[in-house]
Design a protein around this ligand. Structure first.
Ligand SMILES: Cc1ncc(COP(=O)(O)O)c(C=O)c1O
Length: 377
């Protein structure tokens, strides 16, 4: 178990921030690094051509380490939707084939596929929310030879409902479906065995469980897709772009690996250093230890909430860092106002309260949340 790390963050005592799934706070050190990084642009002569490459490569390296991939498998992207668009542009889909999604999946991982289905005259197959909470069985039941693309999260963004991606990856390979993953709500807090899951594409923005800034994210591209078609054609993704004097010797060839899929202006001098502080800290803590610590925290919250009559998905069917509390009698009137008045930050989604702690939370935060719930019920 990792002891409380609140001292590394700028969280006032009166704030009970249990909403990492919305966005994480930056580490204090990341904010300091960001201020210095932004200030460099006041003195552009201090930014050298090498700087267009060095931080991008380090960020790729750190993310690859967290994922268990090679740095050459990673592209730098601004959002999940960008990475998903790269996947959609590079996967075959015939009119009689389908794209498999979960009900109530995050919209960036739905609109992309609806649009692709429209373009190719194909259809989306939506797996309905299973009554027993077993998403894996429900997905496997629908995943047959007609499915050409399976686009999933590791856990459902509304309540943490967990998918067994190893079993799903195996089935994808057996039926010839591509596997595209959006791990925005899990990577960094839930271990993922990349080699065993073997996705074709995997996307992860950095501003939630990677403790990074907004609009700095990552796309993993499996080696057999790395000669694919990028969404755009920027200068730095081409071979030889390190030589600024020769950029008009236009090149057909790209930089090696997944770098061809990098977004334009990927050398983000202000944000990459901030993103890297978050990644380094996660690697120092270790994802297994983070996951175990957060699972203990959400387990304790679920237990106390159960004594107030609130339901949660069974621990074995949800990701340990994620908790969706349901109100069998509906959300009590005035609950959002009470939470706001007590400075308790969680997300209300339909009749479910999404509680997503991180290592900066302490027992006091949990007491504050439970206190509000007790008074509201
Ligand atoms: C599952 C999931 N995917 C993606 C995103 C963000 O998508 P994008 O980076 O396209 O804005 C979120 C944000 O809440 C999310 O919960």
């Amino acid at each position: 178990m990792i002891p409380c790390q609140r001292h590394l963050f700028d969280l006032p005592d009166e704030i009970a921030y249990l909403n990492c799934a919305y966005m994480s706070p930056l580490l204090r050190r990341a904010a300091e690094t960001g201020a210095a990084a932004l200030a460099r642009k006041c003195r552009p002569w201090t930014i050298s051509p090498d700087d267009f490459f060095a931080d991008s490569e380090r960020a790729r390296h750190l993310f690859a380490q967290l994922l268990g991939a090679g740095p050459g498998d990673i592209a730098l992207v601004p959002a999940a939707s960008y990475g998903l668009a790269v996947a959609a542009a590079n996967l075959p889909l015939a009119p009689h084939e389908r794209i498999l999604l979960l009900a109530e999946q995050f919209p960036s991982n739905v609109y992309t596929w609806r649009e692709l289905a429209r373009q190719r005259g194909s259809a989306v197959l939506t797996i309905e929310r299973p009554a027993d909470g077993d998403w894996t069985a429900a997905v496997l039941a629908g995943l047959d030879e007609r499915v050409a693309i399976t686009a999933l999260p590791h856990c459902h963004w509304t309540d943490g409902g967990l998918l067994d991606l190893v079993a799903i990856g195996e089935r994808c390979r057996a039926v010839g479906s591509a596997l595209v993953l959006d791990v925005t709500q899990s990577l960094g807090a839930l271990p993922l065995d990349l080699a065993a899951v073997a996705p074709d594409f995997l996307v992860c923005p950095g501003y939630k469980w990677l403790l990074g800034p907004y609009s700095q994210g990552y796309l993993y591209v499996a080696p057999h897709h790395q000669d694919g078609r990028p969404l755009e054609h920027n200068w730095i993704a081409r071979e030889g772009s390190e030589d600024f004097a020769r950029l008009i010797d236009y090149r057909e060839r790209h930089q090696p690996g997944a770098r061809r899929f990098d977004v334009g202006e990927r050398s983000n001098f202000a944000l990459l250093p901030v993103a890297m502080v978050g990644l380094e800290q996660l690697l120092a803590w270790g994802v297994d230890a983070i996951a175990a610590t957060l699972a203990a925290r959400t387990g304790a919250i679920a237990e106390r909430a159960a004594s107030l009559g609130l339901d949660a998905t069974a621990a074995e069917r949800r990701a340990g860092h994620f908790l969706g509390l349901r109100f069998p009698q509906g959300v009590p009137p005035g609950l959002p106002e009470r939470l706001a008045a007590e400075r308790v930050y969680v997300s209300l989604r339909g009749d479910s309260l999404r509680v997503t702690p991180h290592l900066y939370n302490d027992a006091g935060d949990v007491d504050r949340l439970l206190g509000v719930l007790e008074r509201a019920l």
